[in-house]
Structure formats: C-alpha cells, structure tokens
Design a protein around this ligand. Structure first.
Ligand code: 7RM
Length: 670
C-alpha cells in the first residue's frame, strides 16, 4: 500500500474511533475520584500534584537540564557531553557518554548491603523456589557472559533468547548487555516459524533456549521449536545453548547445540563489563504492526535504562524493602523494562513466577503474594477480569495486606475491573497506576504518580516527565475536551525506539509521517475536563488480545498459507475476558468443503504458524468478502458483523451488498 493510501486509511479509521479494546461493556459509571491516601503520599518521592506539575513543566521546558540531573543516578564510565541531539526521526541521548547496563543492574549494588539482598525471587510452576542475591546474580551473569564469549559472541552481534520464565532468562539478557551483544527475546508462546522469521530478520548467530518450560501443568517443547525453526540450513545461527529445565529428551545437534550447565564448566566468574556508548543498541523486540511482518523495535542503552529506572522510582515508588512482582512474560516489553532492567537498576527485589495464574488452582497469584509478602504488584486488565470471573472466594482465603501499590498495563481497564482490583486486591488502601505505554516507548508514558495523582477508574491520567502528549485531529489540531482523536507525542523522550531493525523507511513511515515531527502512537484517545487522557484503543489494524499485540494482517497471511483458503479478513470483536477476540472471515478454494472440521484445522494452523497467542476464536466461512469497488475489504462492516451489531454507516461503496447478508448468517462453528 502506498504511503498516502496508508495514511488515508488511518485517517478514516480515526473518524471511526470507537472503543476497540474496552469491549467489556461498562455497566458501571464510576465518577468517583480516588485521592492517594495521606499515608502513602507522606512517604512517596512525589507527594503532591503541585510537585508533579512543577517537575513535568521543567521536563518539557528544559529537558536538557531535567534529564541531565536524572541521568546522574546512573553509573557512568564516561560522562556524557550532550543530553539530546534530535533530528527527526533520529534521536541521540547522552552523546559522548559510556556505560554498561549489566553494571548498572548488578555491579554497582555490590558495594553495600544490597550485595546479599534478593535480586530475583523465583517460583517455578511445579512449585520450586529460588532466591538469588545480587552477588549471586552478578556471578551467574559474569559466567554466562564468558560462555557467550567462548562462542564468539562479540559486541553488536544478535542473540535470540527463547526461554521459559526462569532466572536464567534474565541471566542471558544481562549477559548480552555485559558484552555489548544485542538480545532479541522471543516469547515462549510463539511458534517455530515465528522464531525463524525473527532469527532471519535480526541475523542472530546464537539462540539461547531450554529443553522445555512448564505451562498449566504441560510442557512446552521449546527446544523442538528451535530445531524446527533452524531446519533447512539457511540460517545465520551457529550455536544453540540449551538450559536443562524440564529434563525431557531433546535432540542435540553435534557442533551446534551445547548444554548451558556443561558450558559453565569451562568458564570462570571474572568478566568485566564493557563500556558502551550511550546509543549502543541494547535489544530488538519484535512487535506486531499493521502489515503481516512484525517490526523489530530497536532500543539503545542509556536513554532506555534511564527511563526504566526513573519510572520504577517515580511510578512504582520502589524502595529497598519492597517485594515487587510484575506478572508479565519476559518475552514482552513489560518483562524487559519492569521485571529485569528497571527493578534491578533500582536495586529492588523482583519476583518472577514461571507459570499460569490458575495452576494448580485459581488462587496461585494470591498464594504467591501472601507467601512472599509482595508489596507492589503489576499485572494486566485481562488477568484481573479472569480473577473476577473465578470469584472472590479465591482471594479471600489469603492475606494480601502486604500490598501497598497496584499497577496495570496492556489495554484499557474497564471501571468494573478497576474497582474490583481496588477493593478486593488493594483492600481499598492501595493506589492504582494505570500505565499507558508501548514496546516502542520503552517505558511508562501516561500514568498516575501514586503519591500525587487523584485517579479515576479507566484513565491512565497524565503524561510522565518528558512526555509531551497531545490528542489531535487528522490535521494535527488539538481536539476539544472529550472529543476523540489520535494520540501523539510531540517531543523525543530518552527511551523512545531508535528505529525498526533493518528498515529505516518503515520507521519513518509508521511513526513520523502521519504528523511531521511528532510520534504517532496508533492509539485513539480523548482528554476529559481535568486533562486526563482516556485511551480508547488501537486505530490501526492491530488487535489487543489479552494484552498481546496481534496484527490482523499476520493472522490473514497465516490463514491464506493454508491450502484450503482463498481469501481471509481478520477483525477483532469485543471479548469479556480478553478485551478482544479474533474473528476470521474466510473464503475457501473451489471444491473445498467448509465446515466445522476445516474451522478446527484452520485454528490449529494459525496456532502452528504464529503461536497459541493468535488462536482464532471463531472462523466464519463466506462465499465472498465485502469489498469496495476498488477491491478493499470493508473491515468496518466485518467488525460490526463479528460483534453481532446491526450494520451502521455507509455501505454504498460495497461491490455486492448480498455478501453482507450471507456473512452475517455464516458461521463455521455450528
Ligand atoms: C506495554 C505494552 C501497546 C498497546 C498500546 C495500547 C495498549 C497498553 C495501556 C494500553 C490503554 C493502558 N506494549 N495499551 N497499555 N491501552 N491503557 N494502560 O502493552 O506494545 O505490547 O502494546 O497496548 O493500545 O498501543 S505493547
């Protein structure tokens, strides 16, 4: 699609901005404002709105001064000369400076009492427990860095990490940063084909994986998926390092595959961290966009780390005596910034749990909170809605009084879920930070400051320091109070993405072309009379399924790769638990029998091609898809059909109106 057509498409979408993700119909109108308790504010780093406003204003007016001051809290090998060098769309922060992320997360904590403090508390799904101190984690990271060096990993080389939620996943990430290698973590719920795409796109020479991982009592065949991904030989991967986790039998390819524990026998624990330029690439993380090909979002060293640390300080208000738990997977950006880099840079204790929230029973999370006396808890609205559904008894059995702060991320939170979280989990005493941000932004962008911002259920409230957020119409003019528009960020910020790996043009086109000089987030939003920002959801062809980003085009291309499928169109439909469900309209090839069997086969095909996260909720067969005269699929109509709504809006450009009636009736499920 041409750039212009693409932007017209989003422009059209913006006019139709509708609650895309807050699907859960809000039965509740909650107009109350929740002020932070005096008890909390008194101890918080930012304790009033006046203080927040003053700092926010300074961060926008004098960003160089503001961020130079904040950046002093990182450990630098060489001080930076200049805070910001900005030539849209390329930002360089803290130029001239040198530092190392693993040194900031580990070494600098070893001089004082944090040396013997828990860095990671881990619980495996089957129930094993481990506590790893900063000193031990440092040692583990140094040794594994030496393993990487033994396998010829050098500064700038890419390393794919495909692991279960075990401490070694964090060790692998930190080891990469220690020697300047660029990691790309692939979520364990992705398929062999997804690994293959990411390996090829990033040009990774090493893959770090495990024999398997546990999920809901079953074993995920991680190593087998890696084997399948590397089949055929046309791969840049020379080495695969395999952690033994489940103990199941796996294939070991001589000369390519090495056991993690064996490799450790050859190395010592002495590995100085390499001083890296502020702008040295840190990691690539693939995320869905509006085409079939995921984007390799590139983050760099100093700005990313600063923002991750700073948000842990101001938004989570992390303290030395906190036990902090982020329930995200390490394969998502939330796991990067708020399980590993932010908390460890702060010298905090980060809890990590391997498995599912309902294993062996629905109260696993509450058990963990009680057992470890978790104080700060960060999870997703989709999880909260599942807990609500399972019933209050599960959490009433547990003492959750250690909690002092709650957070959410990933999608808009419906007021019912917010209130439930507030009352039942937080006991009415914990502030809730609803944090809006993206893989691209590296860390929190719009969020309450817990000791200062009065919150309202359903809004991420106000921009964080350095964030110049605005809601604009298609011409870039700010919309009025309560009017919907597109969310943009008008100034560069330290943890912004530095590009899309290997695709300068797509970086420029996707983020910086809709409005010249501004970052276009792809979300619709409105601002209320108090200036609070309410995120509505994606306005491009990206779905948010249980807090996971998924491109409709990705699912479509998976579907048409099946021999029975002629054409497909994928849309989201409101889903009470997951926010959005995946509905696929499919036309089959001549002579193919459409029916339940094929619908099931297509579902497992999509799982196989992309991964279980993309499993369609419904396949609907149709004789044809509704198209405009110029051949464009009319998604707006399909969304309405998928949601079971009566059709609204203009259908005069439809090529064949009969198609619609047939679609509304067809279903592959019966
Ligand atoms: C961190 C993360 C980003 C998309 C984003 C939004 C949606 C995330 C919120 C939210 C409303 C929130 N990265 N989103 N947080 N919507 N309120 N607090 O989720 O790259 O995977 O997704 O998620 O649509 O554009 S992500």
């Amino acid at each position: 699609m041409s750039q212009k057509a693409a932007s017209q498409k989003t422009a059209k979408a913006a006019k139709n901005v509708k609650p895309a993700t807050t699907s859960t119909k809000s039965l509740l109108v909650e107009n109350r404002v929740f002020k932070p308790a005096a008890e909390f504010s008194k101890k918080a780093r930012i304790s009033s709105m006046a203080q927040y406003r003053k700092m926010h204003e300074e961060s926008l007016r004098h960003p160089e001064k503001f961020f130079a001051r904040e950046a002093k809290e990182l450990a630098w090998r060489k001080p930076f000369k200049k805070v910001l060098d900005w030539k849209c769309p390329n930002a360089k922060w803290f130029t001239g400076g040198q530092l190392n992320v693993s040194e900031n997360c580990l070494d600098r904590h070893l001089d004082g009492p944090r040396k013997t403090k828990a860095a990671i508390i881990w619980e495996g799904e089957p129930g094993e427990k481990r506590v790893i101190t900063y000193q031990q984690l440092h040692r583990d990271v140094c040794r594994f860095s030496n393993v990487l060096k033994r396998h010829k990993v050098r500064k700038g080389d890419r390393v794919v990490i495909y692991m279960p939620m075990v401490p070694e996943a964090a060790v692998a990430m930190l080891a990469c940063t220690r020697i300047g290698a660029v990691h790309s973590v692939v979520f364990g719920g992705f398929s062999a084909e997804s690994i293959k795409d990411r390996v090829l796109d990033s040009g990774a020479t090493v893959v770090i994986t495990a024999d398997g991982g546990y999920r809901r009592g079953a074993v995920v065949p991680l190593k087998k998926n890696v084997d399948d991904a590397l089949k055929g030989g046309d791969t840049p991967v020379k080495t695969v390092i395999v952690l033994r986790r489940t103990g199941q039998d796996v294939h070991i390819e001589e000369g390519r595959d090495y056991w993690w524990h064996r490799e450790l026998e050859y190395v010592d624990a002495n590995c100085p961290a390499v001083a890296l330029d502020s702008e040295a690439p840190l990691f690539i993380l693939y995320t869905s966009g509006s085409t079939g090909k995921p984007k390799g979002i590139l983050h760099s060293t100093a700005g990313y780390l600063l923002h991750a640390q700073m948000t842990c300080k101001y938004v989570f208000d992390l303290r030395d005596d906190d036990v902090y738990w982020c329930t995200a997977d390490i394969g998502w950006v939330t796991g990067h910034s708020y399980m590993v880099y932010g908390p460890l840079a702060m010298g905090a204790t980060s809890l990590m749990y391997e498995g599912a929230p309902n294993w062996p029973e629905n109260d696993r999370f509450w058990r963990i909170i009680e057992e470890y006396a978790v104080t700060v808890f960060y999870t997703a609205p989709t999880a909260i809605r599942a807990f609500m559904k399972w019933g209050d008894d599960w959490l009433k059995k547990h003492d959750l009084s250690s909690l002092r702060l709650l957070g959410t991320v990933g999608e808009p939170i419906n007021p019912e879920a917010w209130m439930w979280y507030h009352k039942l989990v937080g006991g009415g005493r914990c502030p809730i930070v609803d944090t809006w941000w993206q893989t691209e932004t590296g860390g929190h962008m719009i969020t309450p400051i817990p000791g200062a911002t009065p919150t309202k259920p359903g809004t991420a409230t106000l921009p964080f320091f350095g964030v110049d957020a605005a809601i604009v119409d298609d011409l870039g003019k700010e919309v009025g109070t309560n009017e919907q528009g597109k969310l943009v960020i008008r100034k560069p910020w330290p943890s912004m993405l530095r590009g899309i790996w290997g695709d300068k043009k797509r970086y420029q086109d996707t983020y910086w072309s809709e409005f010249k000089g501004w970052y276009f987030a792809g979300d619709g939003a409105r601002r209320d009379k108090d200036g609070y920002i309410w995120i509505i959801g994606r306005i491009d062809d990206v779905l948010n399924v249980a807090g996971h980003r998924l491109g409709t085009a990705e699912v479509e291309s998976a579907l048409v790769s099946h021999p029975a499928v002629a054409e497909s169109a994928v849309v989201g439909r409101p889903d009470e638990l997951k926010g959005q469900g995946v509905v696929c309209f499919v036309t089959v090839k001549e002579g193919v029998k459409a029916g339940r069997e094929l619908a099931d086969a297509l579902k497992s095909h999509v799982r196989k091609v992309i991964g279980p996260v993309a499993t369609p909720d419904e396949i609907r067969f149709a004789a044809a898809l509704p198209k405009t005269r110029s051949g464009k699929i009319m998604r707006r109509l399909l969304k309405q059909i998928a949601a079971g709504e009566t059709l609204k809006g203009d259908t005069t450009t439809l090529e064949d109106i009969n198609v619609i009636a047939a679609l509304a009736a067809a279903s592959g499920e019966d």
